[in-house]
Design a protein around this ligand. Structure first.
Ligand code: BES
Ligand code: ZN
Ligand code: ZN
Length: 488
């Protein structure tokens, strides 16, 4: 494990040159062949040149495989970065110059390949160690790893990838922080400290009392049953230099723990519900990356934070509550709490910030996991321009999304006998869509809006080369690229 990973410029004397070779590479460039043993290393029968596979030639040179030329894409580079960083760690390398001499015809992709490689390296270098106790061995971290390359675009990509990898790890760390520590107040404190680290990024917090006075009945009711009271965290990115008048609003479901409330979850269903804040954490990680890269556009983020608990103060099924925008909601199920806190954040964002577009991200339904698994997130968007931006951002970030329908029929399905709408229709049909249909009542009609349900993608039960089980940081890259689409 390295303490940190940075992108440098220019190779210094003591750096390790890592030459990238594909399965097709037959001959090394002259500068590399000058190293004794380089050509022999290339021909070693055990060197399969699999993505990220490393052979050491000497103290100054190593070769790393990138697999077959065919199908070389950003996802492959992410894997290369993940495996490479572990190999470099074993070697104890501190300064690395990635040599792309054999890849020069791949011009168009240089930046995105560099970005993907360092995203893979930075996320693979992370482990949740906040709660290592007396029974854990404390590994000595290795200090800083500096990555650079022979190609300027690739190096620029490395820099972006590190920012994004750091944003993802930041989101993962908070996601993994347990509910007895990570309360709504704790989230607010962390957001404040992020804002302090970046000029032009400000944080304000709408307290429980203020939320009540503002009429945020969703946030109030979901959170009032907990001793840790709810709040709404607002982060504003207002850079001095902007290249567009458009303003993006991001909203992230931040339920620090979801017991289900009186519609109590079963033991198995409750496990892992610390991850019910992952929408908010993705938004927070994206805001951090946006501020770090000084995106020339205004972005506001809202994190409605609450803990869904059971107590005599808790809201209950059959309650009818009034939301920030005046809509009344009959609560049929206290476990459909995410949409209630999101609703207040969405209508508040529309009224207060008049955004050009608004996107919410939430671990909203188990149904979307049944439908789409962990392969992609489900999303809803009835605005073709925003849809195009999101689809392009999904492609460039390798965070896949799949659109589901949202029709007037779905909206009608949410109507209630005794209030305006139900938070969940007791007829268990189209659950993920019900969530989206409910939320649609809280977004101004003229504001392009998308809802992204990340219940299946934001954490994982089993690990792979790139990521161990646990939180994934899913959404940081998607939101970052979505914001980037307004300024390029
Ligand atoms: N946080 C859950 C959704 C969830 C389930 C996320 C599994 C990750 C894994 C959400 O608040 C919830 O409980 N949704 C209910 C909605 C239902 C009561 C209408 C669900 O999906 O069952
Ligand atoms: Zn729930
Ligand atoms: Zn929930």
């Amino acid at each position: 494990m390295y303490k940190s990973i940075a992108a440098g410029s220019g190779g210094s004397g003591s750096s390790l040159r890592v030459h990238l070779v594909s399965e097709q590479t037959r001959r090394l460039p002259d500068s590399i062949r000058a190293h004794a043993g380089a050509s022999e290393a290339l021909k070693r029968p055990d060197f399969k040149r699999e993505p990220g596979e490393l052979v050491v030639v000497d103290k100054k040179l190593a070769l790393v495989g990138i697999g077959p030329r065919n199908g070389l894409d950003t996802e492959r580079f992410r894997k290369i970065g993940a495996k490479l960083v572990k190999a470099l760690d074993r070697l104890g390398a501190r300064k690395v110059l990635l040599d792309l001499e054999s890849l020069t015809e791949r011009q168009a992709s240089e930046t995105s390949f560099g970005r993907a490689l360092s995203e893979g390296a930075v996320t693979a270098n992370w482990r949740m160690d906040l709660f290592d106790g007396a029974a854990s061995k404390q590994p000595q971290p290795r200090g800083k790893l500096t990555l650079t390359s022979t190609n300027k675009n690739f190096t620029n990509g490395l820099r972006t990838g590190i920012t994004l990898g750091d944003g993802m790890n930041f989101a993962r760390k908070l996601a993994a922080t347990p509910p007895n520590v990570c309360t709504p107040t704790y989230v607010a404190q962390v957001a404040r400290s992020v804002a302090r680290q970046h000029e032009d990024l400000t944080c304000s917090v709408i307290t429980y009392q203020q939320a009540r006075r503002l009429g945020m009945g969703g946030l109030e009711n979901v959170g009032k049953g907990s001793a840790s009271k709810p709040c709404m965290v607002v982060l504003e990115w207002k850079p001095a230099k902007t290249v567009t008048k458009e303003r993006l609003a991001l909203v992230g479901k931040t339920i620090t723990y979801d017991t289900g409330g009186y519609s109590l979850k079963t033991g198995g269903g409750m496990r892992g519900m610390k991850y019910d804040k992952n929408g908010g954490m993705a938004v927070l990680g994206a805001m951090k990356a946006i501020a770090e890269s000084k995106l020339p556009m205004r972005v506001v983020a809202l994190l409605p934070a609450a803990e869904n608990m059971v107590s005599s103060e808790s809201y209950r099924p059959d309650d009818i509550i009034t939301m920030y925008n005046g809509i009344t909601v009959e609560v049929t199920n206290t476990d459909a709490e995410g949409r209630l806190v999101l609703a207040d954040a969405l209508s508040y964002a529309c009224r207060k910030y008049k955004p050009s577009a608004i996107v919410d991200m939430a671990t909203l339904t188990g149904g979307v996991v049944v439908a789409l698994g962990s392969f992609c997130s489900g999303y809803w968007c009835e605005d073709s321009t925003l849809r195009g931006r999101l689809e392009r951002a999904a492609t460039s970030s390798d965070e896949r999304i799949w659109r589901l329908p949202l029709w007037q029929d779905h909206r009608d399905f949410m109507r209630s006998q005794h209030a305006d709408i139900l938070n969940s229709n007791p007829r268990r049909e189209a659950h993920p869509i019900q969530g989206a249909a409910f939320l649609s009542y809280f977004v101004d009609e003229n504001v392009p809006w998308a809802h992204v349900d990340i219940a299946g993608t934001s954490s994982r039960e089993s690990g792979n080369d790139m990521m161990p089980p646990g939180p994934t940081g899913w959404g940081v890259r998607l939101l970052y690229d979505l914001a980037g689409s307004y300024v390029s």
